[in-house]
Design a binder for this molecule. Sequence first.
Ligand code: NAP
Length: 285
Amino acid sequence: MKKILVTGGDGQLARCIKDVSSKYAEDFTFVYRNSLELNIADEEAVSKELEYGTYDYCINCAAYTHVDNAEKEKEKAISVNHIGSKYLAIACKKHGTMLLHISTDFVFNGIKRVPYTEEDIEEPLSVYGSTKLLGEKEIKNNTFKYFIIRTSWLYSEYGHNFMKSMLKLGKEKEELSVVNDQIGTPTYAKDLAEVLLLFIVKENTDYGIYNYSNEGTASWYDFATAIFEISNISVKVHPIPSKEYPLPAQRPNFSVLDKAKIKEALKIEIPNWKDSLLKACKTLN
Ligand SMILES: NC(=O)c1ccc[n+]([C@@H]2O[C@H](COP(=O)([O-])OP(=O)(O)OC[C@H]3O[C@@H](n4cnc5c(N)ncnc54)[C@H](OP(=O)(O)O)[C@@H]3O)[C@@H](O)[C@H]2O)c1
């Protein structure tokens, strides 16, 4: 039985891991920031947890994820996404723990028009993206046994995410405007959770960076209309360009990820985003 530490236990991805973890005969420990069990930005606490826990794996789901607030709260984003990742990498190396870390499509500038591979040059457009990239670099520099999984547009039945916001707005409003010139792939956090655990159960040791999202492409407008269609919510959705919905943080216009590497490494087929959205919406009904 493998010992697995999951940080950021209150977040949507960690909660999805908890849901799927019951299928696996492994020993999971979930730690939370708010109950003061593990703040990853606290070097001593991280070091002690990794020392006493004698974990085989650490799945780092802890992150500062407020993309727009990060533009004003740079120090907070750095302390978690950059420095916290560094502390985890150092402690993981010291105690022989394999680190599975989650990163983002927001490390790219969105200028490409074909899916981003793991080898593409990063150029984040936002503070959030920059701090996540710095976290990746710390992991690469401080440990060998790591998997960095870059994902995009995560949603689930937990926490704050686009699907839940749309379901709420769809019930309150008759009309909505949603941007249609940012193209990416929505990813059901439960699908990602399953894939993270596959790295562990398959005892993969081909360390490095991997992309994972659901299959297919969509704009936020496509994502919103699919949510309303599946949920039988009748609301008029207007497609608008990003410039008509200015936000503090700039997003990549195109951030579709190429998943060939992870499909080959884990021998998996990835569900299309619409099929996964259907599953996610069903869990809410
Ligand atoms: N959400 C997306 O669309 C998306 C897209 C691409 C990649 N990702 C990446 O996927 C991963 C999981 O994201 P998610 O959507 O599950 O995020 P989430 O729901 O915001 O969860 C992150 C969790 O980390 C906790 N946390 C923040 N600072 C911490 C600290 N110093 N120590 C310990 N825990 C801390 C947060 O607690 P508080 O709530 O108390 O702050 C929260 O419970 C992250 O690495 C994120 O960057 C997310």
